[in-house]
Design a protein around this ligand. Structure first.
Ligand SMILES: [Mn+2]
Length: 373
């Protein structure tokens, strides 16, 4: 049984610390939080995590007559070094996602999981690891997402690492060329091949989609035919960040130089999530007439919730703040594409993976109109 206090920031409980993720519990099944005062297990006001939402009411917020939802799994893991993030789509689906989306009143078309080939002799080129494999996969993702948006109106893309967003945004923009992007993430994912400290592509997808940075990615693009399809199609003024707390020096420079709107955890603590989200939407979608591309990295949530993800950073969004963003996006009726990325069930024990996937699933449902009441 998992017990959990309703406000993880309240600090009224003590628990063992797991050195790399911040929340201990080698075995969630045995984890019982205790009060500091008495050291007794908390029973009276403890809650089981899985009873949070009711999702079997018809969705009250019709997504602007988009009653079809296309869901596609993108199990790509070559944009970062850890195995397991390719299992993201299956563990998120395993939360009962398809049935729950149907229970909201939508007609769901499940496109299954795409298969990506690993190209031979693909190590590192122009500062990017696996450049040919990723270039090819991104082109294929772009074509797939374009088709889903054309056919179903709304596309939910299950990652995979955050690399996939280059393909999903590119495909989306081929249909809705006036879409704006909300990037919910601990990281800015704006490195160019030159500024990236690691060469991992999941920290670079935005630099490849931005018109302003076309020259910075040209060397890689020109070097491999797998990148021939790419045409930058988004402007810096059309992106807003929420949840940042680990931003590389080169990214900080580019964010300021390009004037990208951002709401780091500092701003969220200071002004609240409601104000920050409102300002982010105002910046990229002032008339609320542009389709929204919501690129949601599960590591935007604090590692207390998103425990099983590749690059966790302390001090993130609470689960409720994460849901609130999703609920407000649903209320705009303008959601067109949703990426849910970086759930990696193989980095912790089974319960940690399930908890992370459960958060992802609940946020997806909230984006599609699921409400508490
Ligand atoms: Mn990311």
């Amino acid at each position: 049984m998992i017990y959990f206090h309703s406000d993880a920031r309240a600090g009224s409980f003590s628990y063992e610390l797991n050195p790399w993720c911040g929340l201990a519990t080698k075995n969630y099944d045995e984890a019982v939080f205790v009060t500091k005062k008495t050291n007794q297990p908390v029973q009276s006001n403890a809650r089981k995590i899985t009873t949070y939402h009711s999702t079997n009411n018809p969705h009250p917020l019709h997504l602007a007559e988009k009653d079809n939802i296309g869901i596609v799994g993108l199990p790509l893991n070559k944009g970062q070094p850890r195995e397991g993030v390719n299992a993201g789509p299956s563990i998120i689906r395993g939360q009962g996602l398809i049935n729950s989306v149907e229970a909201l009143g939508y007609h769901v078309k499940d496109y299954g999981d795409m298969k990506f080939s690993s190209l031979e002799f693909d190590t590192i080129g122009s500062g990017v690891k696996n450049p040919r494999t990723i270039g090819k996969a991104m082109g294929e993702i772009s074509t797939m997402v374009r088709g889903v948006v054309e056919g179903d109106g709304v596309c939910v893309a299950l990652g995979g690492d955050h690399s996939i967003a280059l393909g999903t945004i590119h495909g989306h923009m081929q249909v809705n060329n006036n879409a704006c992007v909300l990037w919910i993430d601990a990281h800015a994912d704006l490195n160019t091949p030159k500024t990236s400290p690691s060469g991992n592509f999941h920290g670079m997808p935005l630099s490849f989609i931005l018109r302003e940075l076309e020259g910075d990615v040209k060397q890689l693009k020109d070097a491999y035919e797998e990148w021939a399809w790419l045409k930058p199609c988004l402007s810096a003024k059309d992106i807003a960040y929420i949840g940042l707390r680990d931003v590389d020096a080169g990214e900080q420079y580019l964010m300021k130089k390009l004037g990208i709107k951002y709401f780091c955890m500092y701003e969220i603590d200071k002004y609240g999530i409601s104000y920050c989200l409102n300002q982010a939407l105002k910046a990229v979608n002032p008339q609320m007439d542009r389709p929204i591309h919501l690129s949601y990295d599960i590591d935007s949530l604090d590692p207390v919730y998103a425990v099983s993800t590749g690059t966790p950073v302390m001090g993130g969004l609470t689960f409720r703040e994460g849901c609130f963003i999703a609920e407000e996006i649903a209320a705009t009726n303008m959601l067109s594409v949703l990426d849910m990325v970086e759930v990696n069930p193989e980095l912790t024990d089974i319960a940690g993976g399930e908890l992370t996937a459960n958060c992802a699933s609940k946020i997806i449902l909230s984006c599609l109109g699921s409400r508490i009441v």
